[in-house]
Ligand binder design. Sequence first.
Ligand SMILES: NC(=O)c1ccc[n+]([C@@H]2O[C@H](COP(=O)([O-])OP(=O)(O)OC[C@H]3O[C@@H](n4cnc5c(N)ncnc54)[C@H](OP(=O)(O)O)[C@@H]3O)[C@@H](O)[C@H]2O)c1
Length: 304
Amino acid sequence: MNGKILVFGADGLVGSRFTDLYHKETPTITPKFEELDITNKKAVELYFETYKDEFHSVINFAAYTDVDAAEKEKGNEKGVVYLVNAVGAQNLAEATKAFDKYLIHISTDFIFSGTEGYPGPYPEDAKLTDNPEDVTWYGWTKLVGEKRVRQVNKNASIVRISYPYRAQFAGKLDYARKILSLYDEGKLYPMFSDQKITPTFIDEAAKVFYLLLEEKKSGIYHVASCDLTTPFSFAGYILEKARGAKGALKEGSMKEFLKVPGRPPRPRLGGLANEKTAKELGMTLMTWREAVDQFVSQLKEGPV
Ligand SMILES: NC(=O)c1ccc[n+]([C@@H]2O[C@H](COP(=O)([O-])OP(=O)(O)OC[C@H]3O[C@@H](n4cnc5c(N)ncnc54)[C@H](OP(=O)(O)O)[C@@H]3O)[C@@H](O)[C@H]2O)c1
């Protein structure tokens, strides 16, 4: 691929794995948050004007990702969560449109409710809600961001991911490494057996970002395990493979957990279906067990 890619949020959990894995094939420009705040429309425009000849595409990993903290801003369109996830996404869509650049914008399965009335796994073209009460505030702000990207720049793709994890990252724990960390500390709580999820192995997502950049495809793509699991099964398999601990896990119910007032909302029957993504990109997405096997071998041998 000729030319560079401008990457926002390149220091985060997902973005940094993409730049680690593909920096040789795709040289990147990675402005830090302090250097360029995507919520600042004027600064974004100026940055694009200044560096427009140095990159052909943009990937936006920048987001406000703390779901529980985001909930405290519910309904606040002046708050940081909305500004980063909705307005920031719009700013990048407008700048990429104005400067004729291809955009990949990262999103989440939390844009879907995961309720019994509208359960997942959701295909790429699943109906989207227009009611913020159906989803978390994080989910709603990400959904607004997606919609604005799609309205503004047709030369863009949205890639939704779900419970992303990787074998190594100093910045924060992810879904899989948190399970291991809590287990090692003897603090692992019961895991839900009545929640449906499709976790995303970040290495596989990075491959999809790369394929999309090569072909500059537009549309909506889902990168997650091709089959559903539950936190109970997922955690049990990780502990067995990574720690040799069989049957070490207590089973919990999300339905019961969510009955207690004040508990942070989460989609219960979620998950991303990805047949269209696999077909369009000519690839097979891994089952959750295949992905965990790769994750565990990287834990043992070090990431590739
Ligand atoms: N993590 C998950 O569980 C999850 C699940 C599904 C989808 N996703 C999506 O995947 C994408 C990447 O998530 P992640 O977990 O890698 O995020 P992350 O680790 O929280 O990293 C986010 C990055 O965005 C930067 N950033 C935040 N606000 C910014 C702003 N106003 N301007 C410029 N940069 C800003 C952060 O900079 P600083 O480090 O300097 O703050 C950080 O580098 C996001 O779109 C997220 O919604 C994540």
